[in-house]
Design a binder for this molecule. Structure first.
Ligand code: ACK
Length: 733
């Protein structure tokens, strides 16, 4: 009875601040968040200014607003794809239905020096993967873009109430220059003829070659031997005769176009064999051509040499060249990659007169074109300033200017300019670009491109925890692109460390600080070793510390230390351990554990680069394709990217990641790819599974050559040690 009375009791009308969606004897409820009612008996609360309800939202839901812009938008580019990566907005507007739209413009700089760009919508055939609009993830891949173009991408964050009000769109922007990328412009490469030691190739020129085409680069190597050595040669015409090959050998060739702005991608691989040693098999006519050409070439060389000797000019130059050739031959003998025919790095020390190296590789700048603005740091030779380079008829650019302080002696001047003659030989988007030098007036200056965010180590220390793992991987990718270039032209850096990487406003990382011995003198991290050399111990591979054996593989070791610095936001490698302890620990097999929040896959890559045996370490191009795979398929990394994420306390809390280094990758890295099927057929599919294999197991799966068995088992032993370290550092593998 009481019950029925209370049911029949009529509730009063809702007061302001409350509402009742349906008429009847129901309770009034508080207006949802960001809404209010000002009248009695409200059936709906109206959204506060700037807040909205989507059509599908019920009146009981809070009012929401459009999200803020995506954060930390970055771009990555390779030969065929461009990637945009970003972080979700800091303000989601109170909704979970966030999506992203990509808007694209192609911008050309206007004629004249106004510096104002003219933009138009991007070409319709640009492909976005998965799609340009309504993305739910925080990355997109873009294909079929033009090379040598500037694209501006606007990434818009939107939610169910975007577009309902008058608020501006929430956009993050990034401008990408595609000079460094490009589809292969060379299609089919044909063999015209082959002799015992030569193969003549030709290819058709594509219709739309870039106007700034410089020449073609033909890269070749013995089939199955790419890891050991390759060579390359250049030609201005779409044909070449590649000489110095071995008889009866299959070679792999691929060709790319070099433009003023860099390389396009390589053509597909083409395989051609040289003729057998039997002279009857060689094409006599072709041999004649080669002989004639060789004799002609030799006579020309003799005449030219005589002329130069008689006139007495350029003797120093010839000497320097001979010295440099000698050095290169020595390098070849000592097992380094031969670069026959390729314009490889020339050590300025091989010039009798180093001034000549500077003249050859660095442009002299008129000092009045340089406008120094402020001092940004101190180098060993003098101040480092920022400023602008104003070359008439060209757009002003921001530059950093290294100066040589007064009172120097000639040797200091040479050492200072040495870096310019090294840097001037490099042309790569991830290597600091030399604009030129001032040598004819005082102060002597080296002018390089300006990098807004300065050195990578200090940059990361001031931005601790502010980037996604993908962004960090993007930075690492840039560094490895630069290092791949350096290793390809035969330059060994010797002092690769985060302090020697510079970062621009778009987070593009570029390798800097060249000059080997001088750089090491300059580097406060460099310490004297037992053999008397000055070496940055924490960054240097054990064989380089112990015997001064620097190589591209020792640069790979240093690169992995840079990876560790990046993933730990600029932590000092091995913390406060003394240099001596670092050397001993490395000798005993200790390796740096994964930094907090570092995906297992990246730590594995580091460990792979820290193998004691230098020839088991991956090469830079392997590291690059490794990172590219991660970037293209970032799900393993993205799973770790949570705001305020903390490192799991126990292995059980770790997400279950597949091992990133596949059996195939591992076998490639030890040049044993031919056995991939043996492992897979016997059921060995992860590194974890092979880590317990014995030499008998190796034999059982059909690997019979003793040398190959040894190489594989030694790599497995080193792997076992690595896996042990990973487990000790708390990761599950
Ligand atoms: O860490 P930083 O700001 O970056 O301080 C050092 C300082 O000069 C002494 O080397 C900065 N620096 C060097 N080269 C450049 C450059 N190209 N652009 C911007 N800053 C530079 C470096």
């Amino acid at each position: 009875m009481i019950h029925s009375i209370s049911r029949n009791k009529v509730r009063p009308a809702c007061k302001p601040g409350f509402f009742k969606a349906y008429a009847g004897n129901t309770k009034c409820t508080d207006c949802p968040q960001h809404s209010s009612s000002h009248d009695q008996a409200a059936t709906i609360c109206h959204c506060d200014k700037g807040f909205y309800r989507a059509i599908k939202d019920s009146s009981a839901m809070p009012c929401t607003r459009p999200p803020s812009a995506p954060r930390n938008l970055v771009s990555l580019i390779n030969d065929t794809a461009l990637f945009l990566l970003w972080m979700p907005p800091s303000d989601t507007g109170g909704r979970k239905d966030i999506t992203y739209n990509i808007l694209c413009q192609r911008c050309e700089e206007r004629d004249g020096d106004s510096g104002v760009a003219q933009c138009e919508p991007c070409e319709p055939d640009l492909r976005f993967i998965p799609r340009p609009l309504g993305l739910t993830g925080t990355s997109v891949a873009i294909l079929d873009f033009a090379t040598h173009a500037n694209y501006t991408f606007h990434v818009e964050s939107a939610n169910g109430v975007s577009g309902l009000g008058v608020s501006p769109r929430s956009l993050a922007n990034v401008t990408v220059n595609t000079n460094q990328a490009g589809p292969a412009l060379v299609g089919v490469v044909k063999k015209d003829w082959a002799s015992e030691n030569s193969i003549a190739l030709s290819w058709s020129e594509v219709e739309q070659l870039p106007s700034d085409k410089v020449d073609y680069e033909v890269k070749y190597f013995e089939k199955e031997q790419e890891q050991l050595s390759y060579s390359s040669t250049r030609t201005r015409n779409p044909s070449v005769v590649v000489r110095g090959l071995r008889p009866s050998t299959v070679y792999v060739f691929h060709v790319r176009v070099r433009t003023a702005a860099g390389y396009t991608a390589y053509s597909p691989n083409f395989e051609f064999a040289t003729a057998a040693e039997d002279p009857d098999i060689a094409d006599q006519g072709q041999v004649l051509v080669v002989v004639t050409a060789a004799v002609g070439g030799f006579s020309l060389l003799v005449i030219l040499t005589l002329f130069l000797l008689i006139t007495g000019r350029c003797q120093g130059y010839i000497k320097a060249r001979m010295k440099s050739e000698e050095k290169r031959r020595t390098r070849f003998r000592s097992g380094h990659v031969p670069f026959s025919g390729m314009k490889s790095y020339v050590d300025p020390d091989t010039y009798e007169d180093p001034t000549q190296a500077v003249e050859e590789f660095a442009k002299e700048i008129e000092p009045s074109y340089i406008c120094i603005e402020r001092v940004i740091g101190a180098g060993e030779f003098g101040e480092v300033c920022s400023g602008r380079l104003r070359i008439p008829g060209r757009v002003d650019i921001a530059v950093a200017i290294k100066t040589l302080k007064g009172g120097y002696i000639e040797q200091q001047r040479r050492d200072f300019l040495r870096e310019a003659s090294i840097m001037g030989q490099f042309d790569n988007p991830n290597i600091i670009r030399l604009e030129g030098v001032v040598t004819r007036t005082r102060p002597v200056m080296i002018v390089v491109e300006y990098m807004e965010n300065g050195s990578l180590d200090s940059f990361l220390r001031t931005r601790d925890g502010q980037f996604t793992v993908l962004q960090l991987v993007g930075m690492l990718r840039g560094i490895v692109v630069g290092m791949t270039f350096l290793s390809e032209i035969g330059y060994i850096h010797r002092d690769l460390a985060a302090r020697n990487i510079l970062v621009d406003e778009n987070l593009v990382c570029k390798v800097s600080d060249f000059g080997m011995t001088r750089v090491l003198e300059d580097d406060s991290e460099a310490a004297y070793t037992a053999t008397g050399g000055k070496i940055p111990i924490r960054w240097t591979a054990p064989e380089a510390i112990a015997y001064g054996k620097f190589s591209t593989s020792s640069d790979v070791w240093s690169y992995a230390i840079v990876m560790w610095e990046v993933m730990s936001y600029g932590e000092r490698p091995y913390w406060e351990m003394s240099n001596q302890d670092v050397i001993l620990s490395i000798e005993e097999g200790y390796r740096l554990p994964a930094p907090m929040g570092c995906p297992v896959t990246l730590h594995q890559l580091m460990l792979h680069c820290w193998q004691k045996e230098s020839n088991l370490r991956p090469r830079f191009n392997n590291v690059l394709s490794f990172l590219d795979k991660l970037i293209i398929n970032p799900s393993h990394l993205l799973a770790l990217v949570n705001d305020g994420q903390s490192y799991p306390d126990s292995p059980e809390d770790m997400p279950d990641y597949p091992l990133f280094i596949s059996i195939g990758d591992w076998l490639d890295s030890i040049k044993m790819s031919q056995y991939k099927n043996n492992f897979l057929a016997a059921g060995y599919t992860t590194l974890d599974s092979i880590s317990t294999m014995s030499i008998e197991d190796i034999r059982r799966i059909g690997i019979c050559l003793i040398g190959h068995q040894r190489r594989i088992i030694s790599s497995i032993q080193s792997l076992r040690l690595q896996l042990h370290h990973i487990q000790q550092s708390g990761f599950q593998v």
